[in-house]
Design a protein. Sequence first.
Length: 156
Amino acid sequence: MKIIRLEDDQNFIFEKICEWNYHWWGIRNGMSFEELRCNLQHSLNTVRLPQTYVALIGDEPAGMYQLSMSEDLNSRPDLYPWLINVYVDEKFRGKNVCRELMNTVNENAKNANLNELFLYTKHVGLYEKFGWEFVEEVKTFREESPVERLYRLEIK
């Protein structure tokens, strides 16, 4: 398995992450596939944020995450930058893809000159394994998950 920073939208890897994100949160947020694709195209940066990282098993995309400066939690606009869109394809779950992705977050954030990252999730006990500190429960104002857990990672 290798983790790459995605820099090109003219490949099947980019198309696959567009599909994941569209089915995972695009539809729920009322986005068209084209709108979501455009959003992801603008995350293919090498120098500034946002940046997109993809786990590959062989040549097949298995999971992803993004580093982003933009607001990810509307109820907490004071917090940034964010680790967002952490996702592992269903057929690769249970195969250490998340672990391999998380093992690259600190170094990639350091390379982007970040001092800290935030994320929010409904998962309990997952991100603590990778050095994330629980901060508090936060209101998301989303019907399907109104309260989630806010975490912070100090970049070392």
